[in-house]
Design a protein around this ligand. Structure first.
Ligand code: MN3
Length: 245
């Protein structure tokens, strides 16, 4: 996932250069810029935009507290592995298994996964009126893999409902085929060497089934939350991801 840091780095660099040109003494550490840390991306819609399917308070806490904590945890973990600092998350995932310190490995997995998964999740959500429908090509692929859209939904719901405890349900593309999988905690289908090979692939759609994603409004009724989520999927974005495979 592209993290839009380049422009702000450049601005920062220009600012520092201007300061230096103005004969202000800068400590050498400020001159040698460290790679930008990850930051919490803004939600692509207002907190209340998904109501009544997902309530504003849940979105506020989910984004502003939970996702923010994953970003902070990821940045803290990266301080301990300078060789992975400044790399895109997908590259960091590929490097996790080689990190020798177990606590750092776990932090990168949980917080790095948390940051990637939530950024992906927000981008594949949209207010109902902008939800749209799968592209004809994606619909055809869904029908080829699952029989019909209804059968796909049924299978996805089952996987999401049966995920024991915290985790995610995914629609992935793997070896040219669409598949439904599920991962625990903040693992995702990009984590080779961490999740089983059978769960690896390119995510097209993902559903957060942690209780923090629904408990305020739905309490223990995960199935109701899953049903409501179908009404706020950004099918335009999911179709774009499919077209880009
Ligand atoms: Mn979550």
């Amino acid at each position: 996932m592209d993290m839009p840091h380049t422009r702000s780095n450049r601005r920062q660099f220009v600012k520092l250069s201007a300061l230096a040109a103005g004969a202000v003494m800068l400590p050498s550490r400020a001159m040698a810029q460290a790679p930008a840390a990850f930051s919490l991306p803004a939600l692509p819609f207002a907190f209340n935009a998904l109501e009544p399917h997902i309530d504003a308070r849940t979105m506020e806490i989910h984004h502003g507290k939970h996702h923010a904590a994953y970003v902070a945890g990821l940045n803290a973990a990266l301080e301990k592995v300078p060789e992975l600092k400044g790399k895109p998350l997908e590259e960091i995932f590929a490097g996790i298994a080689a990190v020798s310190d177990e606590s750092v490995r776990t932090a990168l997995r949980n917080h790095g996964g948390g940051h990637w998964n939530h950024t992906f999740f927000w981008n594949t959500l949209a207010p109902t009126e902008k939800s749209g429908a799968p592209s004809p090509k994606l619909l055809k692929a869904i029908e080829a893999s699952f029989g019909s859209m209804d059968d796909f939904k049924k299978a996805f719901n089952e996987t999401a409902t049966k995920r024991f405890g915290s985790g995610w349900a995914w629609l992935i593309s793997a070896n040219g085929k669409l598949r439904i999988t599920s991962t625990a905690n903040q693992d995702n289908p990009l984590m080779k060497g961490i999740v089983p090979d059978a769960d690896l692939g390119t995510p097209l759609l993902g559903l957060d089934v942690w209780e923090h994603a629904y408990y305020l409004h739905y309490q223990n009724r995960r199935a109701d939350y899953i049903n409501a989520w179908w009404g706020v999927i950004n099918w335009g974005e999911v179709s774009r991801k499919f077209a880009a495979l």
